[in-house]
Each structure stands twice: as C-alpha cells, then as structure tokens.
Ligand binder design. Sequence first.
Ligand SMILES: Cc1ncc(CN)c(N)n1
Length: 228
Amino acid sequence: MSFTEELRRETDHVFQAIYEHPFVRGIAAGKLGGGQLIHYVKQDYEYLNAYMRVYGIAISKSARREQIAMFQEQIAFILHREVQPHRCFCAAAGVDEELLRGHPLAPSAHHYIRHMLTVAHEGTLGEIMAALLPCPWTYLEIGRRLLDEVRPDSSHPFHEWILFYGHEAGDATAKFRAMLDAWAEEAGEAERGRMKQHFMHSCQLEYLFWDMAYKLEEWPVSPAAAAL
Ligand SMILES: Cc1ncc(CN)c(N)n1
C-alpha cells in the first residue's frame, strides 16, 4: 500500500463525515441559504489566497524544477480556473462575487490557514504537501460522488460546481499524491509521522470549514463591540 493510500484509509471516517455534512448535502439537494453560500465564498476567497502563499513557500523549498513547475501550475489553476465554483455559488445567492473579497477570517478559516502556514514555515516539502493534499482530494471525492449520486443537469443550481470538482480536482490530486508518495519513500519514520499528522489535521479542518459556512460561524465576541 502506498503512503497516500495509507493516509486515505486512516482518514476514511473524516472523508465520510465531510460527504454527509449538511452543507454538502445542501449542494446535493440544490438547497442552501444565500447567507451560507456568501459566507463560504467570502472565507474561501481568503483561504485560496493563503493556499497560493503556501505554494510560494513550497517553491522556496523546492530543489527540482518539476516541483517548482507543479506549484506554479497550481497557482495558475486557482487564479484562472477555481474562480468558476465561486461564480456558481454567487449566481445561486444572487450576489456580485467582487463584493465578497477582503473580508475578515472566521475562526475555523483562520485556524485552517494558520495550520497550513505553520507547516509551510516549519516543515519539509513533504510535510507541506501532506498539509495541502486534503484540499484537492476531499473536493475531488465530493465532486465525483455527487456526480454519481445526483447526476445533475443544467437545471441544478450547483451543476457547474459539481462538474468542476468532479472533473478538475483530479489532476492536482494525482500530482500531489505522486510527489508525496515519492517523498515518503525517502523520509524517515519521524518525518512520515509528522506528514501523517498534518494530513489528518487538514482533513479535520476541511470538515470544520464546511461547518463554519453552514453555521455562519463568527468570532464569539463581535469585533464591533470594541468600538462601542
Ligand atoms: C477550504 C477549501 N478546501 C478545498 C478547496 C478545493 N480546492 C477549496 N476551494 N476550499
């Protein structure tokens, strides 16, 4: 069994919980509140900005050109392609996407971003890959399973979102997995242990991110209270 197969097997319960999360069920049913969609897009815009910064740090730790090229391609993918799923949610919520940029992070988005940045600054390239992999992998599985379960046509409000992740997250997942498996072959026991920890932590944070959007999570004490 490869290292990433092992990771996938040990986090199966988290992948399953994500698929059963009410936000993902809402995508399947085509029923989510406008506020939930807007909260998701506001937070995800900032999340993806941070994700690209982590790629930048990964590039600074890359010894080989193929690694640099892979990270650079993934940055281009986020900038030019991954705007589509946000547009799909914004269309369903009836809001202009540009109004959803530059908002403060909610606690769970903050937690997830800090986790990735800490690993990026302190870890090896293998550890960074392990912390990043649940992002494309969990969405690929959500997309593929929804394609199968819902078989959405163009009348489904989240048809484009499902198609996008069902098809387009496959490439990044396959490349990340190949790179991580190769890295794990060379890594020692202690580093493999840290890689596993980071992967599991990111899977849990993927769940929390959905939960944050579904529950419209905010900081417990409103920042506006300080101004009163
Ligand atoms: C939080 C989160 N995780 C994953 C993805 C898919 N790239 C995303 N857009 N946002």
